[in-house]
Design a protein around this ligand. Structure first.
Ligand code: PMP
Ligand code: GLU
Length: 404
């Protein structure tokens, strides 16, 4: 029997999107593992710890207590109040629950804010290297990405004069991320103040501050939220969530803390697209914010130990240029010294070739820096065991040594 398929065209909007390369690389590594190949996955960035017990128990309790009905669109009031308390005690910020909208992860919260604020051809400034999804979410909202690049020589942090040079009458927003994915760089208070001094001159620019790695901070300095600067606090949107700090990536809880008009717009959007997020996950997130915070510090210490390990091993590999990331759980070495080299079979032309070479030859999954707007680098997520880090770095070292 012949089957006829209807001709369905995919929308231009979605055709223009690139698939998430962090998730794609992780999927590729899972496929190789399923074929019996011992792949070490340093691609996707998520804590390797299980969710702490008291948080899991709160989720189970929520099921047993019948939290099985639709929740308010912006999230339970008790969760939004717990988030306001967190913002007050940890960041010194004054928010009311009306300003908080809980979404399906920080990713969804950012997408919501962009959908709620960006008009066609509005410009959004993205400091690069930047997390893979910002650019695609800006495109989806009809906006135009304006990139500002900062390489390893400036610790991947943009300078105020670079920011000022790209602001135009069309600039609608800037997305900042500190600690940064993919570089782990952290802007200190003075560096943030210097950027704020520029932004203060342009009162129409919205600041979207992705603070998801706030707690994975090795600077020894207190974390400074962008919303604490009075010059810009009334037009700053803070993005945060439980994925990284509480090892809850699969629970899908993030939020925006925003000026009231934006929070209302995001709620209206969410009410038509997703409704309130999972009731069970919200109760678990509430337990994360109101319960003991010891788990956060324990995981931070484990990430710090691994940071030290991966940096010391990477620095022993000739040809890799490595900075010392002060936060998150990523290393972003410069690999361009390998371009033009070959192991006799494969010629390395760029960082995408190198990431594929490492996957095929060393069975270590990394992500091409090009995915983050920074060709010439690769990203390694060290949110994995010390043993995996050691084995992966040995394999990388041995595979790279074959390139002549
Ligand atoms: N922002 C950054 C910089 C991230 O690395 C991630 C995790 N991929 C997110 C946002 C999204 O996190 P969530 O799991 O809360 O959606
Ligand atoms: N934070 C992770 C990463 O960047 C999660 C994957 C994703 O959502 O991009 O690898």
């Amino acid at each position: 029997m012949q089957i006829f398929y209807p001709m369905i065209t995919i929308s231009n909007r979605v055709q223009a999107l690139s698939p998430s390369q962090t998730l794609a690389m992780s999927q590729k590594s899972a496929e190789l593992k399923a074929q019996g190949i011992d792949v070490i996955n340093l691609s996707v960035g998520e804590p390797d710890f299980p969710t702490p017990l008291h948080i899991k128990e709160a989720g189970i309790k929520a099921i047993n207590d019948n939290f099985s009905f639709y929740s308010p669109v912006p999230g339970y009031l008790s969760l939004r109040q717990a988030i306001c308390n967190k913002l007050k005690t940890e960041n010194g910020l004054n928010y009311t629950p009306e300003q908080i909208v809980v979404g399906n992860g920080a990713k969804h919260a950012i997408a919501n804010v962009l959908q709620a604020t960006i008009n066609p051809d509005d410009e959004v400034i993205i400091p690069c290297p930047s997390w893979v999804s910002y650019t695609e979410m800006v495109k989806l909202a009809g906006g135009k990405n304006i990139f500002v690049s900062a390489g390893i020589e400036q610790d991947f942090k943009i300078l105020p004069q670079q920011l000022e040079a790209v602001i135009t009458p069309k600039t609608k927003a800037i997305i900042l991320c500190s600690p940064s994915n993919p570089t782990g760089s952290v802007y200190n208070k003075e560096e943030l103040q210097a950027l704020v001094n520029v932004l203060a001159k342009y009162p129409d620019v919205l600041i979207i501050s992705d603070e998801i790695y706030e707690h994975i901070n090795y600077t020894g300095q207190e974390y400074v939220s962008m919303a604490t600067f009075p010059e810009i606090s009334d037009r700053t949107v803070v993005i945060n969530g439980v994925s990284k700090a509480y090892a809850m990536t699969g629970w899908r809880i993030g939020y925006c803390a925003a000026p009231i008009a934006i929070a209302k717009a995001v709620t209206k959007l969410q009410g038509q697209v997703t409704s309130g997020v999972s009731s069970i996950a919200q109760k678990a997130a509430e337990a994360a914010y109101t319960g003991s915070q010891n788990c956060v510090e324990e995981m931070r210490k484990a990430f710090l130990r691994r940071r030290n390990l991966v940096v010391s091993l990477a620095r022993q590999i000739p040809g890799l240029e490595v900075n010392e990331p002060e936060g998150a759980f990523y290393l972003f070495p410069k690999v361009s010294s390998y371009f033009g080299k070959t192991d006799g079979k494969t010629k390395i032309e760029n960082s995408s070739d190198l990431a594929m070479y490492l996957l095929n030859e060393a069975h270590v999954a990394t992500v091409d820096g090009g995915a983050f707007g920074a060709p010439g680098y690769i990203r390694l997520s060290y949110a994995t065991s010390d043993d995996n880090i050691r084995r992966a770095m040995e394999r990388i070292s041995s595979a790279l040594s074959k390139l002549q």
